[in-house]
Design a protein around this ligand. Structure first.
Ligand code: MTE
Length: 315
């Protein structure tokens, strides 16, 4: 992101999973019941949505189950600058990160401002499984089986007022636990924002788990955002504050480099990053580059949110 990287973002060969190993891992997961049981709801939802056509992009994402990125890659190749800027920094540096107790302060234009816990919004038995494409602005991607709950459920519970148009999300800012905060690579704390209608979209997801397990610290425990049609940086991790407002929030990456990282950050193969192409991506674990899909493949579901908006200006 801010750090200069070569346009093609080569990944060391040690990080590329050979097909055989990948398939072995998949059959292990199946044997362990992780794919079979945990994703039953996903598969059922996928069947339904698949019948409706589109780009193969159901809410559950069952059509992506053959493309899952191995768990080891999902949980060890991370961006979480509060724990360091290297991809392999967050896992060791977040090892002792304390995520219990955890509170989320809800404030601004909302009928029910309060300090909530994650359990106020969802019980573990009600978690949904969703397999989503995950596309980083750095032109790599993954396919991830997340667990969580619709962001809309959260928003409905706290009841934004009629004047609220945007939601701002803030990440924990605790220098004692987060060694990366010593470095001014971003304006801390990490802040992200969405238009309220984007946040209410059925694909917008609050994540508490991955691969059928509690979310690892390096992936944003205990609660992080996942917006599958946007670049990964919109997915703020370890969220402690949610503020409803009538003004477009300032966001950490937009403040850092406004010509590189816009407010919308919708995946768009036609709008290049000033320093590299966004037309292609490298799926972690694959050698050949893939074409990047408009809205990361979720266009049939989300394009209407942006009708009339110039996506080249509103990148
Ligand atoms: N959230 C916080 N708080 N800090 C970060 O540095 N990085 C973002 C996003 N959320 C980031 C963050 C970026 S650039 C990406 S691509 C995703 O997290 C990576 O999520 P993952 O590590 O689970 O793949």
């Amino acid at each position: 992101m801010l750090i200069r990287i070569t346009p093609e973002h080569p990944i060391p060969s040690s990080e590329i999973t050979p097909e055989g190993v990948y398939q072995d891992r998949r059959s292990f997961l199946k044997d362990a019941g992780i794919l079979g049981v945990g994703l039953a709801a996903t598969l059922a939802a996928g069947k339904q949505a698949g019948a409706q056509g589109g780009q193969g992009t159901s809410i559950g994402g069952a059509e992506l189950k053959g493309e899952l990125t191995p768990e080891e890659d999902v949980t060890s190749y991370n961006n979480f600058y509060e724990f360091g800027t290297g991809k392999d920094d967050p896992k060791p540096n977040a090892k002792n990160f304390k995520t219990k107790p955890w509170t989320i302060k809800v404030e601004g234009m909302v009928a029910k401002p309060a300090t909530y816990s994650v359990e106020d919004f969802v019980s573990p038995s009600k978690l949904e499984d969703r397999i989503y494409r995950h596309r980083c602005v750095e032109a790599w991607s993954m396919v991830v089986p997340w667990q969580g709950f619709p962001m809309a459920d959260f928003i409905k519970k706290v009841q934004p007022t009629a004047s609220a148009k945007y939601v701002e999300f803030t990440t924990l800012n605790d220098p004692k636990q987060m060694p990366g905060l010593r470095f001014p690579v971003l304006e801390w704390p990490y802040v992200e924002g969405l238009r309220l209608d984007e946040a209410m979209h059925p694909l917008a997801f609050f994540v508490t788990g991955v691969y059928g397990k509690t979310l690892p610290n390096q992936n944003g425990a205990p609660l992080r955002i996942v917006m599958p049609w946007k670049y990964g940086f919109k997915g703020g991790k370890s969220i402690v504050k949610v503020r409803f407002t009538d003004k477009e929030p300032r966001t950490a990456w937009n403040i850092a480099a406004p010509d590189e990282y816009g407010f919308y950050a919708n995946v768009n193969p036609e709008v290049d990053h000033p320093r590299w192409t966004q037309a292609r991506e490298r799926r972690i674990g694959e050698l050949r580059r893939r074409e990047t899909l408009m809205f990361n493949g979720y266009g049939s579901q989300v394009a209407s949110l942006y009708s009339g908006l110039d996506l080249k200006k509103n990148y």
